[in-house]
Ligand binder design. Structure first.
Ligand SMILES: C[S@@+](CC[C@H](N)C(=O)[O-])C[C@H]1O[C@@H](n2cnc3c(N)ncnc32)[C@H](O)[C@@H]1O
Length: 261
C-alpha cells in the first residue's frame, strides 16, 4: 500500500501554519454539531495546509468571469441556497473537490440537484470554474475555504440531502493523524447537517484511513447502514487523484452511510 501522504501537499514535515495542535476532539467540544458562530474562538488543527498556487492565464480569465456568478469565500452567514441557485432542489455538499472532475461530471449527471463544492485550493477551484463554464453546467456553486467552517456556520441543520468526500488527504504519519478530516467530531457535524434519510459518501485509496473512517462513521449514532433507496447517485467518475491511485495499484474503498430517519 502506498503511504505517501496527501497528493497535493508537497511537504508533510513542514512546520504547521496558522492553527494550533489541539486534538480534534478538544476542538469538537467548542466547534461541532451545532456550535454557534463564536466557535472560531477555539482554534483547531486543519485538514489542509496552506498552499500557494498561481492561476494560468485561461484559469484567471475563467475565474474573473465565473467567480462573481457562482463563487463565494467561506464566511459566517448561513447560505440562502434557494436564492443562490435560483431554485429549490436537493442539496449536495462536496468537501475537497480538488480540480472538480467529479463535481462537474456528477452535477451534469444529476441536473435535479444543487451541488456545492468546497475547496481551499484556488487553482483547483479555477479548473472547476473552467469545466462549469465550458460545459454550461447550471447546478454548481463553489465555496473557497475550510469545509468544517462551512458546515458549522453556513449550512443549516438537517438541510443536506448528500455529502461527498472523495479521497480526503490521508495524513498517513501517526503524528499527523490529528489532521485527518474524517474523525468523530466531523462525522457528528456532517450527520447534524444531513436531512433524515440523507447520505454520506466517502471514497479513499488509503487502507488504514479507510478502516479509521469506517470505525468513526459506524460509531456516529445519527448514521446507519443505508437500507433505503439512496437519494443521490453513488457512481463516481474517476477523479484525477483516483487515476493516480489506480496507477500504483491501490484499492479504492467506498463507504456510505444514511442519516437515521
Ligand atoms: C487528495 S485531494 C482529493 C481531491 C478530489 N476530491 C479528487 O478526488 O481528486 C483532497 C483535497 O481536499 C482539500 N481539502 C482538505 N481539507 C479541506 C477542508 N477542510 N476544506 C476544504 N477542502 C479541503 C485539499 O485542498 C485537496 O484538494
Amino acid at each position: 500500500m502506498r503511504d505517501n501522504g496527501p497528493v497535493n501537499h508537497a511537504d508533510q514535515d513542514a512546520p504547521e501554519t496558522s492553527r494550533d495542535d489541539r486534538s480534534p476532539s478538544d476542538a469538537a467540544a467548542g466547534q461541532h454539531a451545532g456550535a454557534g458562530k463564536g466557535s472560531r474562538l477555539y482554534p483547531r488543527v486543519t485538514s489542509f495546509r496552506s498552499r500557494r498556487g498561481s492561476l494560468t492565464g485561461p484559469q484567471q480569465s475563467a475565474w474573473d468571469r465565473m467567480w462573481p456568478k457562482i463563487g463565494r469565500d467561506v464566511g459566517d452567514d448561513l447560505l440562502d441556497t434557494t436564492s443562490w441557485f435560483g431554485r429549490e432542489a436537493p442539496l449536495i455538499l462536496e468537501i475537497g473537490s480538488g480540480t472538480g472532475t467529479a463535481t462537474a461530471a456528477m452535477a451534469k449527471a444529476e441536473p435535479h440537484v444543487n451541488l456545492i463544492a468546497v475547496e481551499v485550493y484556488r487553482p483547483g477551484l479555477a479548473q472547476l470554474l473552467q469545466l462549469v463554464e465550458r460545459n454550461q453546467i447550471p447546478n454548481v456553486r463553489v465555496l473557497r475555504g475550510d469545509a468544517v467552517e462551512v458546515l458549522e456556520h453556513m449550512v443549516a441543520p438537517e438541510s443536506l440531502t448528500g455529502v461527498r468526500v472523495f479521497f480526503p488527504d490521508p495524513w498517513p504519519k501517526a503524528r499527523h493523524h490529528k489532521r485527518r478530516l474524517l474523525q468523530a467530531p466531523t462525522f457528528a457535524l456532517i450527520a447534524s447537517r444531513l436531512k433524515p434519510g440523507g447520505v454520506l459518501h466517502v471514497a479513499t485509496d488509503h487502507a488504514e484511513y479507510a478502516e479509521a473512517i469506517r470505525e468513526a462513521g459506524d460509531a456516529e449514532p445519527l448514521l446507519t447502514e443505508l437500507d433505503w433507496e439512496s437519494p443521490i447517485t453513488h457512481e463516481r467518475p474517476v477523479t484525477k487523484f483516483e487515476g493516480k491511485a489506480h496507477q500504483v495499484g491501490s484499492t479504492i474503498t467506498d463507504l456510505i452511510w444514511g442519516k437515521i430517519k
